[in-house]
Ligand binder design. Structure first.
Ligand code: ADE
Ligand code: ZN
Length: 333
């Protein structure tokens, strides 16, 4: 394997926050256009500046203040997908938050969604990247707002909005507080994922599986602290949306070499690789692949198999999957 062939291969990304993918220059530009004061969220190089995960959430939410209209989200979607496509991503699932798209009002949410989908259609035609949406309650906004968010998700569930997946501060409340929202989404035919096992330990991962009945987990890496849980995850086929660069940037692990992704894989867990909030963490899918190659010697055949397994774990419909599997086969031939 050459370094280049692996990093250039066709990729599938399952864990990307749309607002978290906003290039800092894009947010600065919108702030200037709209004369919005978002405070000192950039460093002297123009990158996002934060001290830890909780400060990251504050900066993230400050940046979203400039995203005020469906048209802003249209532009954001194009900017984010352009970066992903440059990294060789052919399919991505993005977390979308009705909290930032019309304050969880279903009518307003539909307008934002329409604008996002229009941008996604353009990106698919000109960049060859397919996008699907996962509606995202924000945990520290509380269970009541999560219910309204789940209703937005249920009302727009279909072949484009394909899932529900809670994000935000894992230390806020308990996952079981959100069971109503997850039941509502499941009944509407949505597939389920939850951030767990990032800032919470194995119990948080267990709760996602037992209380919310998710089939995928955002991060989930701290399951490694309980090997019986790792076995259970492997046996049940629960998929981990692992974001190694995010975990290192936020200080969860000191380096990719010390990250448990390879250990989880070797223990039979279905792993996938994503960027989470790429500009915040100075990462891209290409950089993730290069770092994993360097740390664990994952080769081209491994990455090809990873892309296929990730597509198998995607929430999109069977026809879309079959089309994308063909694209992967052609790209990896
Ligand atoms: N929202 C955006 N990025 C997140 C992360 N890494 N964990 C939880 N919520 C998030
Ligand atoms: Zn995330």
């Amino acid at each position: 394997m050459t370094y280049l062939s692996a990093t250039n291969s066709a990729k599938i990304e399952l864990h990307l926050h749309l607002e978290g993918g906003a290039p800092p220059a894009f947010i600065r530009g919108l702030a200037q256009e709209k004369q919005v004061d978002i405070g000192g969220i950039f460093d002297t190089h123009g990158n996002y500046k934060y001290t830890d995960f909780w400060d990251f959430l504050r900066v993230y939410e400050a940046a979203t203040q400039v995203l005020q209209t469906p048209q802003d989200f249209h532009r954001l979607t194009l900017a984010v997908l352009e970066e992903s496509a440059k990294s060789g991503v052919i399919y991505t699932e993005a977390f979308l938050s009705p909290d930032f798209c019309g304050g969880r009002d279903v009518g307003a949410w539909r307008e934002y969604l329409h604008a996002i989908r229009e941008a996604a259609d353009i990106a698919e035609k000109i960049m060859g990247i397919t996008l699907r949406g996962i509606v995202t309650p924000i945990r520290h906004f509380g269970p009541d707002k999560a219910r309204e968010t789940a209703i937005c998700a249920a009302e727009t569930a279909g072949d484009w909005i394909v899932g529900l997946g809670i994000g935000g501060d894992e230390k806020s409340g308990h996952l079981s507080d959100f069971a109503w929202s997850f039941d509502c989404a499941r009944e509407a035919g949505l597939r389920l994922t939850a951030h767990a096992g990032e800032w919470g330990g194995p119990d948080s991962v267990r709760s996602a599986i037992q209380d919310l009945k998710v089939e995928r987990i955002g991060h989930g890496v701290r399951a490694i602290e309980d090997l019986a849980l790792v076995d259970e995850i492997a046996e049940k086929g629960v998929v981990l949306e692992v974001c190694p660069g995010s975990n290192v940037a936020l200080g969860l692990y000191p380096s990719i070499r010390k990250h448990p992704i390879n250990e989880l894989y070797k223990r039979g867990v279905r792993i996938t690789v994503s960027t989470d909030d790429p500009p915040f963490f100075h990462t891209t899918m290409q950089k993730e692949y290069a770092a994993l190659h360097d740390a664990f010697d994952w080769d081209e055949a491994f990455f090809d198999q990873l892309a296929k397994a990730s597509l198998d774990a995607a929430f999109c419909d069977a026809d879309t999957k079959a089309r994308l599997h063909k694209t992967l086969e052609q790209a990896h031939a």
